[in-house]
Ligand binder design. Structure first.
Ligand code: ADE
Length: 228
């Protein structure tokens, strides 16, 4: 998979992809992440990327030309499955969206700032608009990092234990059960006996019960979509 990220603050994205799972995924050749500075595509002498909004009002708008030229230069090289705009008024990100995007080959992500990008970019280039939650960030970069992380870890071969992405919270609309590791007792706090029993079917039954109980308490809305 290849992901091209368009931003006016490329340094914000230096960190998230340089470590751990995302770094290994790139080293193994399972994904390629390219960061593009939108300013490099501006044809104006001052390398302008934003301007006042028509109709008046506070806040700048990211201009169409630099972003359109960047997208078109990328499209000349390869076909893109989705052009995603990270925005608080987009579709709220959930695991099913991540699962779908992890099957794609080439993605573009556009990070907005200020009042956002010129609507014509959204009308003519963007194919998917995603929000990572009902709150407003100062720009789309951190949202893009969240989206990339949630997608890349699902690509086969990226995680060491192939099954572990499947048992995450949300994969089956249930929150994950509690987990424990050694020692079996610490400060008098004991690990539940069932987990030490070696009885795998009973352990699985306990985990399912715990998952359902936790979901009922914390996210009853998820149980509406449950098929068990
Ligand atoms: N840009 C600013 N806030 C955002 C959010 N919540 N999700 C995606 N992009 C954003």
């Amino acid at each position: 998979m290849r992901i091209d990220i368009l931003t006016i603050l490329p340094r914000l994205l230096d960190g998230p992809f340089a470590d751990s799972i995302l770094q290994r995924a790139q080293e193994k050749g399972l994904c390629e992440i390219r960061i593009h500075n939108i300013r490099d595509y501006s044809t104006s002498r001052q390398k302008q990327v934003d301007d006042y909004q028509f109709g008046g009002g506070a806040g700048m708008v990211m201009m169409i030309q630099p972003i359109a030229d960047c997208i078109e230069s990328l499209q000349k090289e390869r076909a893109y499955d989705e052009i995603i705009y990270l925005t608080p008024d987009g579709e709220r990100l959930q695991q099913s969206v991540c699962n779908g995007l992890s099957l794609k080959k080439n993605l573009i992500m556009i990070c907005g700032h200020y009042k956002g990008i010129d609507q014509r970019l959204r009308d003519h280039y963007v194919t998917k608009e995603i929000s990572i939650g009902d709150y407003v960030l100062s720009g789309g970069e951190l949202a893009a990092a969240v989206l990339v992380d949630s997608i890349i870890r699902l690509i086969p071969g990226v995680m060491n234990d192939e099954t572990s992405a499947l048992t995450d919270s949300f994969q089956d609309n249930l929150l994950a059960p509690p987990v424990y590791t050694r020692p079996a007792e610490y400060n008098g706090w004991k690990v539940p006996d069932i987990l030490l029993s070696g009885n795998t079917p009973k352990v699985e039954e306990w985990r399912m019960e715990q998952s359902i109980q936790k979901t009922q308490q914390r996210r009853p809305d998820l149980l509406d979509n449950l098929d068990v």
